[in-house]
Design a protein around this ligand. Structure first.
Ligand code: NAP
Length: 255
């Protein structure tokens, strides 16, 4: 069998870790990255495939380029561009340093890695890139989680544009965005919130993501409930939608 390699950012937890398990079962060699080396080592020991671990803090531009350097001689078949986190609260009260870190991870690192990996895939005219966005990125805005929603809108917009360019150029490279609603991971602890809606499991989320990739969907929304919500939000007036989102977000912070 041909050796295939997957690169996964944010592999130390949640959705990224589940992708690592699923792609290992499919026989991929893995390149796993995150900040928590102990978690990555533990995962490597659990998986029955070759794993390269690269510790990187993607809030730092230097670490992003260092990571690009370290993978420059690798042939990546699948890239799960997943690392990210959220913060919650009223914009005038939230921590600016944390928000800048979030913009750096959710937007800047996602963008740098996407570009570098895509350029190499384009040379071979094959490969799969999945940017992990969020259903938040499909909404006009997210009061009380304003910066997080804005970062995920960026991911959705960038993905749609690149996907269209690739299609128009007849490229065989696939770029899509995964847009889940709540998923039961460590995301909430990081964002210091509780879900307003019941979350799906990372297993279910990744299974749906892989089905979406197979169908070459540009936007993948796991779970029927979220798919219906996405359809519903298209018909509601924006001011009404923003009020509903604000109400849901306030529930998360228990305000
Ligand atoms: N859970 C949800 O409800 C949900 C819904 C929609 C979208 N998403 C998106 O799904 C993606 C994965 O999140 P998750 O739910 O799996 O949350 P999670 O369990 O908290 O995992 C987040 C991952 O991102 C990594 N990460 C965070 N900051 C990083 C940094 N500065 N440098 C490098 N890696 C960093 C973490 O690794 P280290 O801490 O070890 O660095 C961890 O592996 C995120 O992009 C998130 O926005 C989540």
């Amino acid at each position: 069998m041909k050796k295939r390699t997957a690169l996964i950012t944010g592999a130390s937890s949640g959705i990224g870790m589940e992708f690592a398990r699923v792609l290992a079962k499919k026989g991929y060699s893995l390149i796993l990255t995150a900040r928590r080396k102990d978690r990555l080592e533990k995962l490597k020991n659990e998986l029955q495939v070759p794993c390269t671990i690269i510790v990187a803090d993607l809030s730092k531009e230097s670490d992003c380029f260092e990571l690009c350097q370290q993978i420059s001689d690798k042939k990546i078949d699948i890239f799960i561009n997943n690392a990210g986190f959220g913060t919650c609260g009223e914009f005038v009260e939230t921590n600016l340093k944390k928000e800048i870190d979030m913009i750096n991870v959710n937007i800047k690192a996602m963008h740098i890695l996407l570009k570098r990996v895509l350029l190499k895939m384009e040379q071979r005219d094959r490969g799969i890139i999945l940017n992990v966005a969020s259903s938040a990125g499909l909404l006009p805005a997210g009061p009380y989680m304003a910066t997080y929603y804005a970062t995920k809108s960026y991911v959705v917009s960038l993905t749609k544009a690149i996907s269209e360019e690739l299609k128009e150029n007849g490229s065989d490279v696939y770029v899509g965005a995964l847009c889940p609603g709540p998923v039961d991971t460590e995301f909430n602890d990081m964002a210091d919130v509780i879900f307003a809606l019941k979350g799906i499991s990372p297993k279910y989320c990744v299974r749906e993501a892989i089905m979406g990739i197979k169908k070459r969907k540009t936007i993948i929304v796991p779970s029927l409930k979220m798919k219906l919500a996405v359809v519903g939000q298209k018909v509601l007036p924006e001011n009404m939608l923003l009020k509903i989102v604000a109400k849901q977000q306030r529930k998360k912070t228990n305000r």
